[in-house]
Design a protein around this ligand. Structure first.
Ligand SMILES: Cc1cc2nc3c(=O)[nH]c(=O)nc-3n(C[C@H](O)[C@H](O)[C@H](O)COP(=O)(O)OP(=O)(O)OC[C@H]3O[C@@H](n4cnc5c(N)ncnc54)[C@H](O)[C@@H]3O)c2cc1C
Length: 435
């Protein structure tokens, strides 16, 4: 993710720098006014470039899963590109607002003359200016509610749907106010490509077409309640479902009004278009799910996505698998997929962290699945039993590979613990949160 963001920022800065290196500045221009103008352009360009990336990543481009490490990482890149884009937009706006201060400090002399347009074009430029300002206020407000985790997800997702419109306003602002000579230079060409990608994303989102090509339809064939807060749902999908790799997830719609939620496919690929989900009552929608689903009900599944994939485990290195609570679902799919050929299972230690191991419904399930896999050693850590997992219990070697799925807090604690032991093993973590 960092490489993608730094790469994009560097590319735009270099292209902007190419223009500066080749520009001829009249002698009467005050360097302060010149610097203000150029930094204003750069912050605007960086903001719109990132915003375009945000819009493109929102289309869930499956081809970016491998380079970025899974769709959860694509979403993370989407989120951080958005945060950075708003920071640059705020900088751009503050520099624009600094004009009066500079006039008072260094006078009006030596300012860069504005480009002159006439007629309808001037009207459009003025409109572009206003649109940019309104959109900046709106994206700033959006950033505040995105970072304010207590803001309800549902309300946030409704407001978040306005982002394509705000993006189109900012794209219009860019096209109308970017210096005309940019269009014949690398910076103009780069921005044209980025704007095209961003507009594509915005239109896909407005037309509700995102992920349509990856969708299958089906119905619920069985439901179980292994615990009061867990619902197991088995689905039969149509022929459009091309199978999945153990550990992948899908966006599942049980109710059109509610929309799609991401859930890990908690079963191995059986080659018959049947898949299962283990859903924990974690929030507003999932708490009432058990009463809303019934056998025969239609379901829409988009995916599969994700790179939390058993095939990516390196059997030559020490394998440590850690599941926290409902984060056990990808490991259930892994264990199921190894049942047909237990000898092909890699040597691994599977740690399952639960609140209370005496009542947890996944404990007997994991024990049954691991019983046929002699190379997979199961360790249960019940917090109520005073057996919370500590980094030193992992007995990790420096080149160990850790696969973690569970609450972010537990994962971060284990990482920190390993660091304090002087260990930096490869840590693959499935991000169970997208906002
Ligand atoms: C890759 C991935 C795999 C997951 N696998 C499982 C699983 O196997 N079993 C399981 O029980 N849970 C899983 N989750 C979590 C599950 O998606 C959320 O618990 C569920 O969407 C919460 O919805 P809610 O309306 O009940 O909760 P809310 O209280 O509305 O939201 C709680 C949090 O859930 C997330 N969330 C809510 N709605 C959505 C949505 N439509 N799209 C994306 N995120 C959303 C947000 O981070 C939000 O802050 C997974 C999440 C991800 C990202």
């Amino acid at each position: 993710m960092k490489t993608l963001l730094i790469g994009l920022l560097s590319l735009v800065t270099l292209a902007w720098g190419w223009d500066i290196a080749n520009a001829v500045t009249p002698a009467q221009i005050n360097p302060f006014w010149l610097a203000r103008q150029e930094i204003m352009y750069l912050s605007g360009l960086l903001s719109v470039a990132l915003m375009s990336l945000v819009m493109y990543l929102a289309t869930r481009p499956a081809w970016l899963e491998r380079p970025l490490g899974g769709m959860d990482r694509v979403y993370r890149a989407h989120k951080w590109a958005g945060i950075l884009a708003v920071a640059f937009a705020a900088t751009h706006w503050l520099i624009e607002m600094s004009s009066d201060i500079l006039k008072a400090q260094i006078g009006r002399e030596g300012r860069i003359p504005k480009e002159k347009f006439a007629g309808f074009l001037e009207v459009l430029r003025k409109l572009g200016e206003d649109m940019g300002e309104w959109a900046i206020y709106a994206v700033l407000a959006m950033l505040v509610i995105t970072l304010w985790k207590k803001f309800p997800y549902k309300a946030w997702s409704i407001l978040h749907r306005s982002m394509p419109v705000l993006y189109l306003m900012l794209a219009f602002h860019t096209v109308m106010l970017m210096p005309t000579d940019y269009w014949t230079q690398p910076i103009g060409m780069l921005m044209a490509v980025l704007l095209a990608a961003g507009v594509y994303g915005a239109v896909q989102s407005l037309c509700d077409s995102i992920g349509k090509g990856q969708q299958s339809r089906g119905s619920i064939v069985a439901i179980a309640h292994p615990a009061a807060d867990i619902t197991t749902i088995h689905c039969q999908l149509d022929d459009r479902w091309g199978g999945h790799r153990p550990g992948q997830f899908a966006f599942v719609t049980f109710d059109d009004k509610e929309g799609a939620h991401p859930f890990t496919i908690a079963s191995a690929d059986r080659g018959d278009q049947t898949i299962s989900f283990e859903i924990k009552a974690l929030g507003d929608y999932t708490r009432g799910l058990a009463n809303r689903v019934q056998i025969g009900q239609a379901v829409r599944v988009e995916g599969p996505y994700g790179c939390f994939d058993l095939a990516r485990c390196n059997p030559q290195t020490q394998q440590i698998w850690i599941a926290g609570g409902i984060g056990v679902t990808p490991f259930i799919a892994w264990l199921e997929s190894m049942q047909a050929q237990p000898d092909s299972a890699p040597e691994a230690d599977l740690h399952y962290c639960t609140r209370d191991q005496s009542t947890d419904a996944f404990v007997p399930r994991l024990q049954t699945l691991c019983a046929t896999l002699p190379r997979v050693k199961l360790h249960i850590h019940g917090a109520k039993q005073g057996a919370s997992l500590k980094a030193k219990e992992l007995a990790a070697s420096p080149d160990a590979e850790i696969w973690y799925c569970g609450p972010a807090g537990l994962g971060n604690g284990l990482r920190e613990g390993l660091k304090s032991l002087g260990l930096m093993p490869r840590f693959h973590q499935e991000a169970f949160e997208m906002r």
